[in-house]
Design a protein around this ligand. Structure first.
Ligand code: C2E
Ligand code: MG
Ligand code: MG
Ligand code: MG
Length: 280
């Protein structure tokens, strides 16, 4: 009986595995055509100052709507894009979209704040990343000073010397750099000092239990102090309530993003959001 039960479990496990594998394969096939079929768009989540009002920038976040109307979240398709190599053309597309959007906003009389673009590890590690990035930038009318790059520590730590050199080149062009999802990778203080970054974005998992969990609270407070000692800005993501915001403000967090103020919204909505706030 035990043996048969074991076999049944293995079969169920296999079934679950192959289901996950075929879902990934299916997403990969869909993603291959998604750009050309116009299924992807870029939304913008405001980055705010701690007064909860002044817009300091925005993070560009991919959105994917399938022809059947369903949404696939980046949490699901970005890893697929990374594993399949599709992240390279996808990343180029996002950069072009963002630069074109900034120009469109400008033509509408809206001077947008700095826009942060996420760069995944396999995108950053691609040997043509820097050349391709600069080519796209130089081909657009948007100055580099409108851009910020969000990159994770793990992406930088794979080939640290190379990372330092790429980031230094980008920084020299006026692009700023944010260390994304801080606290989830192998945070090394040595590298933190070496990498030419402007700000540190703590992962939202630390912000979630800021109010309830004293250890998380102490940790965040300490990281804010460390960030400032290094002369960097501290950014909190995933701020969902006023108590979190109040604590972060007390600890002199510099900027935040979160559903408390706004999720990622489409370009027209973002322009309206900023215009409404600059009037008063
Ligand atoms: P991320 O860069 O850490 O982005 C922050 C995520 O937190 C976003 O999820 C955002 O929508 C979400 N978020 C912001 N505020 C709140 C909040 O108050 N509560 C909650 N629960 N969530 C909040 P999203 O848009 O699903 O993106 C997930 C991840 O996918 C991103 O994490 C990023 O790593 C990746 N991603 C998204 N767009 C791109 C892109 O254009 N290129 C690359 N390479 N990666 C992207
Ligand atoms: Mg990010
Ligand atoms: Mg993040
Ligand atoms: Mg994150």
């Amino acid at each position: 009986v035990a043996k048969r039960g074991g076999r049944a479990q293995v079969t169920m496990f296999d079934a679950a595995m192959s289901e996950a594998v075929s879902r990934r394969k299916q997403l990969e096939d869909w993603l291959r055509v998604a750009i050309d079929e116009n299924e992807l768009s870029v939304h913008y989540q405001p980055k705010l100052q701690m007064d909860g009002h002044t817009v300091d920038g925005a993070e560009a976040l991919l959105r994917w709507k399938r022809p059947d109307g369903s949404q696939v979240s980046p949490g699901e398709f970005i890893p697929v894009a990374e594993e399949s190599g599709l992240i390279v053309p996808l990343g180029r597309w996002v950069l072009m979209r963002v630069l074109a959007q900034i120009a469109t906003w400008k033509s509408q009389g809206f001077e947008s704040p700095r826009i942060s673009v996420n760069v995944s590890a396999n995108q950053f590690l691609d040997e043509n990343f820097l050349r391709s990035f600069l080519e796209i930038l130089d081909g657009s009318s948007t100055p580099a000073s409108h851009l910020d790059l969000e990159i994770t520590e793990s992406a930088l730590m794979t080939t640290p010397d190379h990372a330092v050199s790429v980031l230094t080149t980008l920084r020299a062009r006026g692009i700023t750099v944010s260390l994304d999802d801080f606290g989830t990778g192998y945070s090394s203080l040595g590298y933190l000092k070496r990498f030419p970054v402007n700000s540190i974005k703590i992962d939202h998992s630390f912000v979630v239990d800021l109010v309830e969990d004293r250890d998380s609270a102490r940790l965040v407070k300490a990281v804010i102090g460390m960030t400032h000692s290094l002369g960097l800005l501290f950014v909190a993501e995933g701020v969902e309530n006023k108590r979190q915001l109040a604590l972060l403000r007390d600890w002199e967090c510099d900027l935040y993003q979160g559903h408390l103020t706004s999720p990622a919204i489409d370009p027209d909505a973002f322009r309206a959001f900023c215009m409404a706030r600059s009037r008063d």
